[in-house]
Write a protein that binds this ligand. Structure first.
Ligand code: ZN
Length: 286
């Protein structure tokens, strides 16, 4: 099953990703149009959706899609979760997922956007698999973790590197939460849609040049291991968004380093899910 946020309304999307069915109307008001509210009723919703006919779904434009989980109570993101990316960033492979930060909710957007580059910054790309929680998870084991995931989507953890590394005790969250710095989408795909949800190809290109290409089987902490480890510390709530880390190939790790510039187009993809498309523009005078 695929769900999306179409102009602020929850929709079911066909397997081809070309047509959508409005959930509130199709369910005759049983489920709200609010895309975030569905995660609190996930088992009930998936049971209803399984019996719903998509034959009357209507075509839509990708530019009208919003974030599949636009208003999570928590956004959790991990740094250094692929060994090659840890190496290019100059760090050892961590033994516990301790490099955790958040992307504040205001930066979350849909899949097709224009993003303003901060003046004097170094803005970088990080394609990531994003998991959305479908059932409260607290102190769960890895074997049970997929049962707590509503679905998977594509994310970009856009990062302003100068701000990210500034100060005596660098913290990542602010530099990764600038307006438009959290594109997600194009839709949420349930884990049962994948032959192996622990081995998905992901990558991104800038102006058609491939910059990142990896597989989620190379995650240091797989989705189940990451959710189990996080849930030992705090409860993961329905609708929470988890950015699972980026593979190697970011601009920071290149020689010479490369940063996004006005006019650049960044396309990010995960096989079996879909793609994000960001166009970058210069900072507007404030
Ligand atoms: Zn990241």
């Amino acid at each position: 099953m695929r769900i999306a946020n179409l102009a602020g309304r929850l929709v079911l999307v066909t397997a081809e990703g070309t047509a959508a069915l409005d959930v509130e109307r199709a369910s005759q008001g049983r489920f709200s149009a609010d895309p975030q509210a569905v995660y609190d009723r996930w088992p009930e919703f998936t049971a209803w959706a399984a019996g719903t006919d998509l034959a009357v779904a209507a075509p839509f434009a990708a530019a009208d899609l919003g974030a599949p989980a636009p208003a999570p109570r928590q956004v959790l993101a991990i740094g250094l979760n692929y060994a090659e990316h840890a190496a290019e960033s100059g760090f050892d492979v961590p033994e516990e997922p301790t490099v955790m930060f958040t992307k504040w909710q205001s930066c979350l957007t849909g899949p097709v956007t224009e993003v303003e580059l901060p003046d004097g910054g170094h803005t970088d790309w990080e394609v990531e698999l994003v998991a959305v929680i479908g059932r409260r998870a607290f102190r769960i084991g890895a074997a049970d973790a997929w049962d707590h995931v509503a679905g998977l989507t594509v994310g970009q953890d856009l990062s302003e590197r100068i701000l990210q590394q500034a100060g005596p005790s660098p913290q990542f969250s602010l530099a990764k939460s600038l307006p438009g710095f959290g594109p997600t989408g194009p839709w949420l795909v349930t884990p049962d849609e994948f032959a192996n949800p622990d081995d998905l190809e992901l990558g991104c290109s800038v102006n058609g040049n491939q910059m990142q290409k990896g597989r989620t089987r190379d995650l240091i902490f797989s989705v189940p291991a990451l959710l189990a480890a996080l849930s030992r510390r705090l409860p993961l709530l329905p609708g929470d968004v988890v950015f699972t880390g980026t593979p190697s190939g970011v601009g920071l790790g290149r020689t010479p380093q490369v940063w996004l510039a006005p006019g650049d187009e960044l396309v990010s993809y995960i096989a079996g899910i879909g793609e994000l498309r960001q166009r970058f523009v210069a900072a507007r005078p404030s």
